[in-house]
Design a protein around this ligand. Structure first.
Ligand SMILES: [Zn+2]
Length: 220
């Protein structure tokens, strides 16, 4: 079984769903996205996403009208494979259509743009052999990447933060998507150990250092 943490945009709460690999993802309609497809090449037994991301997937899959091959979606930051503040580590991003012809891939890319349910669809010149789309939330703390995080917040970026803190060797951080006192203590500890302002708020400097220290660390 895989534990799937889902941020429910409608209730502003985290949910935990336990599912088999070949069951559909929570909030997926028509079995068009299994846990195995979303987890992709990650080996993690805990993954996360949001209900909004699944809604965007459902809309895209329904409009496309046939299966969409998913090469890559969720990834733990320690597993690496992307830039330091990747939306794949937040469970909000898909790389799809690797099995399509160029023409079909362009159609899928255009469809994803036209539907307006994704925050970002990567242009063809950057990813000619697949289609990347993701759904983001909040204002990035740096020019790109994750939003500022502080105590009281919930959601997928809190999961990414907790994952990165644990990967950086800060003890006592579970992954539940809830930025409570234990997560705040872990942030302060990370900040003081690394010469950052120890205010417990994860802004651009803390995100940049934390993610660059942990990205891909499990395969080094
Ligand atoms: Zn991607």
């Amino acid at each position: 079984m895989i534990n799937i943490l889902v941020y429910n945009n409608q209730t502003n709460r985290m949910e935990v769903h336990a599912k088999g690999l070949y069951e559909p993802m929570p909030y997926n309609y028509g079995r068009s996205l299994t846990v195995a497809e979303f987890r992709g090449r990650s080996n993690s037994d805990i993954i996360w996403t949001s209900r909004g991301v699944m809604d965007s997937w459902n809309t895209t899959r329904t409009a496309w009208g046939r299966p969409i091959y998913v090469g890559y979606a969720f990834r733990r930051i320690g597993e690496g494979g992307h830039s330091n503040q990747s939306q794949h580590y937040a469970g909000t991003s898909f790389d799809v259509g690797q099995n399509l012809s160029n023409a079909d891939r362009n159609s899928l890319r255009n469809l994803a743009e036209q539907l307006g349910v994704w925050s970002y669809v990567e242009p063809a010149y950057l990813t000619p052999t697949w289609v990347h789309f993701d759904r983001r939330a909040g204002i990035p703390a740096c020019a790109a990447g994750y939003p500022v995080m502080r105590e009281g917040m919930v959601g997928v970026y809190v999961c990414t933060l907790q994952d990165a803190l644990g990967t950086a060797g800060i003890p006592g951080v579970g992954i539940d998507g809830i930025f409570g006192p234990a997560t705040q203590r872990a942030v302060i500890r990370f900040q003081s150990e690394n010469g950052l302002t120890a205010d417990g708020v994860v802004g651009c400097q803390t995100w940049t250092l934390l993610t660059s220290m942990t990205n891909g660390i499990w395969r080094r």
